[in-house]
Write a protein that binds this ligand. Sequence first.
Ligand code: AVI
Length: 310
Amino acid sequence: MTDTLQNAVLAALRDPAHRISSAWLYDQRGSALFEAITQLPSYYPTRTEIDILDTHLPEITAAIPGHTLVVELGSGSSRKTVPLLNSLHQPAGYVPLDISADYLADAADGLSAQFPGLPVLPRVADFTSAFDLPADLPEHGSRLGFFPGSTIGNLDTGNARDLLRHCRMLLGGDSRFLVGIDLDKSPDILIPAYDDPEGVTAAFNRNLLVRINRELGADFDPDDFRHEARYFEAPARIEMHLVCERAITIHVAGERFELTAGESLHTETSRKYNIEAFSTLAAGAGWSVSGHWIDARGRFAVMLMHATPL
Ligand code: AVI
């Protein structure tokens, strides 16, 4: 991820692909809009993953040793973390990692209140570059990485492999990794999930434009862009774009850019895996799949992996 919004926007506008990391979608309003997306009837991933965990957690956690330290990437919603911690046998501690210090502090406080006596050790981390675990963790004992939500799908293949490998190194030889992935499916289901009739995903995407005007003093009209969700087959993915409705000029940070009608900013990729493709990716990063659980409609999978020698 580029270090500042200004550098990311300038790099995206200079490059003909106009691609910007989806991490910039998540300011305070963007995070609230994403929360609203997870409640939409057409956005199936969140509730499908929760259903899978609700149904299968006893079976999943039976394969995980007691006294394991849980490291969650994304310090997620307690709707997923609480049942996991409840289902594990005497977890040794909980380490939530998140890019937002505020969100992290709230998540950590909430968890501490619900699990008195459980060591909770939050840590700010950006998954698009190398990150560390807190220094004062117990040296011994097994570790469980938890990366729900199919957020791994927002990384391109190389970055996803790097992240899996980095987690393998941080978590160590006696570790497991529980990862949620969204499965490839018909565009008839995927497109409405990323372009809902209520317009919440459109607002989430266009919030980036509002941000650019507000934070970088740019002067264009966000209404000149429309939200578009595009499905591609190989590799299977949804791309979110902000498409220019007419030719416009953007002034930002002392530079001037001309965009023609139909040109778009590519703001997010959301990979849709199948079990085999994800297992192969993970195998190249030191993880072997020991089990996977899929909902009855075959939409989403929770993958349990164990560390293999690097
Ligand atoms: C966070 N991430 C897994 C979401 C996804 O489905 O790729 C982000 C999102 N973008 C639009 N809707 C949801």
